[in-house]
Design a protein around this ligand. Structure first.
Ligand code: CA
Length: 230
């Protein structure tokens, strides 16, 4: 049974969400404060998180960022304001989707189902073999440990940065459009847009390239997209 964490300070909304999800066979835990919600998300194992943005304590933006540093599970952001959507996009938080209040509970359940299905597909395809690593010209990606080294020195990557780098490195010399990369790494129903890809490519270059304006690994193919050179 999939386990879902709801971080929401409005009890009525949290209970409504829980009731609909329970009817659909999900196991649901509710946290009403940002700090306790974050602690729960980091300390226990969940399959999906429904995260309200405006919370007492730590807000949903910060919680999303913190969770993404170490976890790849689907995060569905819940916003009370339409203009939050622009902020969510701009921040490239790595949320998988967002929904604006008021929303219909059946819409929420449909999105939860879609994200869980996508995540399960990802997991079943993507479990790397132990000790498997990609090594290309000073860059080493340890797939099992999800760690990256440049000339033996470890660099820190967020979950999405790691996924993007790994995907490109596993498909060397192939040109991918931003749309293709966005769909591959963030998923079609995902929150955000292809600008997220640009932001992440820039971050990857800062971390793996000696000179990010003259990249050795990730090449820009003008008007098309990106290619991992080998
Ligand atoms: Ca709230």
């Amino acid at each position: 049974m999939s386990r879902i964490l709801i971080i929401e300070d409005e009890a009525e909304i949290a209970e409504l969400e829980r009731d609909y999800l329970c009817i659909n066979g999900y196991d649901v835990v509710i946290e009403s404060r940002g700090n306790t919600g974050l602690a729960k998300a980091m300390g226990e194992s969940f399959d999906l998180i429904i995260l309200d943005l405006m919370l007492p304590g730590i807000d949903g933006f910060e919680i999303c960022r913190k969770i993404r540093e170490s976890q790849n599970i689907p995060i569905l952001l819940v916003s009370a304001k339409k203009n939050d959507v622009d902020k969510i996009r701009g921040l490239g938080l790595g949320a998988d989707d967002y929904i604006t209040k008021p929303f219909s509970p059946s819409e929420l359940v449909a999105r939860v189902k879609a994200h869980l299905a996508r995540y399960e597909r990802l997991i079943s395809q993507g479990i790397p073999k132990e000790n498997e690593a990609i090594e290309i010209g000073g860059l080493k990606i340890d797939l099992a440990a999800r760690r990256v080294y440049i000339n033996g020195e470890e660099r820190n990557f967020t979950a999405k940065e790691f996924d993007l780098l790994t995907f490109l490195a596993q498909n060397p010399n192939r040109v991918f459009t931003k749309d293709e990369l966005f769909e591959k790494i963030w998923g079609m129903e995902s929150c955000g847009d292809i600008a997220t890809v640009t932001v992440h490519i820039k971050k990857l270059r800062e971390k793996i390239e000696v000179n990010s304006s003259n990249p050795q690994f990730i090449e820009t193919i003008w008007g098309v997209g990106y290619r991992f050179k080998v």
